[in-house]
Design a protein around this ligand. Structure first.
Ligand SMILES: [Zn+2]
Length: 272
């Protein structure tokens, strides 16, 4: 999964200023200063930027220190490429960094003023949070927990696959949704199954988790068994398709970077 692509991830905040060979993540909306080379994303080093920019430490992965650029920078040989173009590149440490860096970028672009008193926020020099320059309120990156659910019908040895309606991602997916206030993840799984497909579930079993910075999520994966009727009542606003797919027909391969693909492979290869 995404977090397993780098051999090591060190998320602890490093207050030391950026050095010439540190890697820079410079976003402009859903575009990133980068270039595609041999189906891989290449990111600029600090020494390659055309001018000095305001930077903040993001994280360290495989010994590489990544910094978020808080201004629009430029670098010779690099241009602002749409983030979608990195979705299917060879999975490497930079891909993890781009997706997680985008989470950090969203945090910075959405938190410029204090929601309590309206004064300016500034990044703490000691930790990964913004601090109000007037009342001292601390604001941390938002992480929205969401569930992903593999619903299994043991009678027909099938899993329920879906396609999202109106989204960039067009491949098969699993039932998914945000956890609401006051819900456990298991309650959300049960509710989402009913809302999206009209199916009742039981024996909800934890599979794994994955950070997903593109939507500021923490994804929590479960498998569950369908209970009662197998008839699908699809939520047509959320899903363009929902169908039962036999184990041997599940379009999945090992080593996927996403929790969804890992879960689909786990079912296909009879690990579930
Ligand atoms: Zn304040």
């Amino acid at each position: 999964m995404l977090q397993d692509i780098p051999k090591s991830v060190d998320i602890e905040f490093d207050p030391d200023p950026a050095q010439d060979n540190d890697t820079v993540l410079c976003f402009d909306g859903r575009k990133l200063l980068s270039r595609l080379q041999d189906n891989k994303a290449v990111l600029p080093k600090l020494s390659q930027l055309d001018s000095s920019c305001k930077l903040v430490f993001a994280f360290k992965a495989d010994g590489i220190r990544y910094f978020l650029c808080l201004e629009k920078a430029s670098a010779d040989g690099f241009s602002f490429e749409p983030l979608g173009s990195f979705r299917y590149v060879t999975a490497d440490t930079d891909q993890y960094a781009i997706i997680t860096g985008y989470h950090y970028y969203c945090f910075h672009s959405e938190n410029k003023f204090c929601a309590k008193c309206g004064a300016k926020l500034e990044h703490s020099p000691h930790k990964r949070c913004m601090v109000c320059t007037c009342c001292g309120k601390e604001v941390y990156p938002t992480i929205a927990p969401a569930i992903i659910l593999g619903i299994i019908d043991e009678d027909t040895d099938s899993i329920l696959l879906t396609r999202y309606a109106g989204r960039e991602y067009k491949k098969y997916a699993l039932v998914a949704g945000f956890i609401e206030m006051g819900e456990s993840a298991e309650m959300a799984a049960k509710r989402e199954a009913m809302e999206e497909t009209g199916l009742d579930i039981e024996d909800i079993e934890f599979f794994g988790t994955q950070p997903w910075g593109m939507a500021q999520n923490l994804l929590i994966g479960y498998f569950a068994k369908v209970r009662g009727s197998r008839e699908i009542h699809r939520d047509t606003e959320e899903l363009s398709e929902a169908l039962w797919v036999k184990r041997e027909d599940v379009p999945a391969q090992p080593g996927g970077a996403s929790l969804t693909s890992e879960m689909m492979w786990a079912f296909r290869s009879s690990q579930r």
